[in-house]
Design a protein around this ligand. Structure first.
Ligand code: PLP
Ligand code: COI
Length: 356
């Protein structure tokens, strides 16, 4: 039997952003949030939409010490006719299950989660911005709540969804970014947690991100943690390399997050008759093919930035300038097609869209 979602509306609604075209990413939050708890012996219980606000946590709360948590990220888009729609929400909820399994968090009903997100977005419908390039970023997350300092899986959890009207992830939008190849630190190893969307992966990446900023780069390109040779991800996005007509992205071998944008890019490119392959890609192959003039485009792919072209790629002493530091035609076509489907300005032949 489906659980009923209780709704408690705020009595003090906030002012909406005055100029949505100036929205940054993840800075403003809406009036309500979805909350549901996991109680040992009962399961997931008491789903509710309540006024947005802080939680009070026991200082011994397990997540604060041992980081047993997962999160997701997707968006609601305003269509030209004033409607609101989601992009592949069931794929995000399926990924919650694999993240949960890795972090020993109890499974959750995927369909109910999509219903919960739709119910929350419906309550907050007026918060979905309509300025070009803006959307309502949806952040579901789960954290362990036992107040206990022993290292073991928690017996209680909280599932929460918050919403943030957002603009572009990178302030410069589609302008190509400068990236260097990280040679000191690694993001994940096979057997670790890289394929799960869990906070520790992001915490451990901050050191390199901070170093990269200091040196004038926007992000780093991660190499595999064992041979320190094979390309994995770019910042918190999946990465693609175009060599002539071959589009390459690293194969999912356990240390890479299986991105929904990544899967969509592969499907679109294959649908266009391109050779789109998932395989191991060594950084020395990238450099050699760059020297031969075969590396024509490099881009990151993820929900927040959609497609993020890489204009400069630095590997030690070697500096590669890609497509004259301008967005390339394949990156642009992918961006236009994905955002066209997401915002409902293009047909959706793949059935990726769900209306709210
Ligand atoms: N890789 C990492 C580490 C991420 O955090 C994300 C963002 O969710 C992605 C890749 C891209 O995944 P998606 O396209 O599902 O947003
Ligand atoms: C993405 O959507 O591509 C992300 O990596 C989200 C980020 C804010 C964690």
């Amino acid at each position: 039997m489906a659980m009923q979602i209780r709704i408690e509306r705020t009595t003090a609604p906030k002012a909406k952003p005055a100029d949505a075209s100036k929205l940054g990413f993840g800075q403003v939050f809406t009036d309500h949030m979805f909350v549901m708890d996991y109680v040992d012996g009962i399961g997931w219980t008491d789903p509710r939409i309540v006024p947005y606000g802080p939680f009070s946590l026991d200082p011994a709360t397990s997540v604060l010490h041992y980081g047993q948590a997962i999160f997701e990220g997707l968006k609601a888009y305003r269509t030209p006719d004033g409607g609101v729609q989601l992009f592949r929400p069931h794929a995000n909820m399926a990924r919650i299950q694999t993240s949960n399994d890795r972090m020993v968090i109890p499974r959750i009903d995927e369909n109910f989660c999509v219903e919960a997100i739709k119910a929350l977005v419906d309550v907050e419908r007026d918060w979905v911005p309509s300025a070009p390039g803006t959307s309502l970023y949806i952040r579901p997350f789960i954290f362990s709540t036992d107040a206990f300092l022993g290292v073991r899986a928690s017996k209680t959890y909280r599932f929460v969804v918050i919403l943030s009207p957002s603009g572009p992830y990178y302030p410069k939008g589609l302008d190509p970014v400068a990236i260097y190849v990280e040679q000191d630190y690694v993001r994940a190893v096979r057997g670790g947690t890289g394929a799960a969307k869990t906070p520790g992966n992001y915490a451990s990446s901050l050191k390199s991100q901070t170093e990269a900023y200091k040196q004038g780069f926007v992000q780093v390109l991660w190499l595999d943690g064992i041979e320190r040779r094979y390309v994995e991800e770019v910042g918190a996005m999946n990465v693609f390399f175009l060599f002539g007509d071959e589009l390459v992205t690293p194969a999912l071998e356990g240390s890479i997050l299986p991105g929904i944008t990544r899967a969509s890019v592969l499907e679109l490119a294959r649908g266009w008759g391109m050779k789109a392959v998932e395989r191991r890609l060594a950084i020395d192959e990238v450099a050699e093919r760059y020297d031969r003039g075969e590396l024509t485009e490099v881009f990151g792919a993820g929900t927040a930035a959609v497609i993020s072209p890489v204009g400069t790629l630095v590997w030690g002493e070697k500096r590669m300038t890609i497509h004259e530091n301008r967005i390339g035609p394949v990156s642009q076509r992918l961006y236009d097609t994905l955002t066209g489907i997401q915002y409902g300005t293009r047909p959706d032949p793949y059935g990726w869209i769900e209306k709210v």
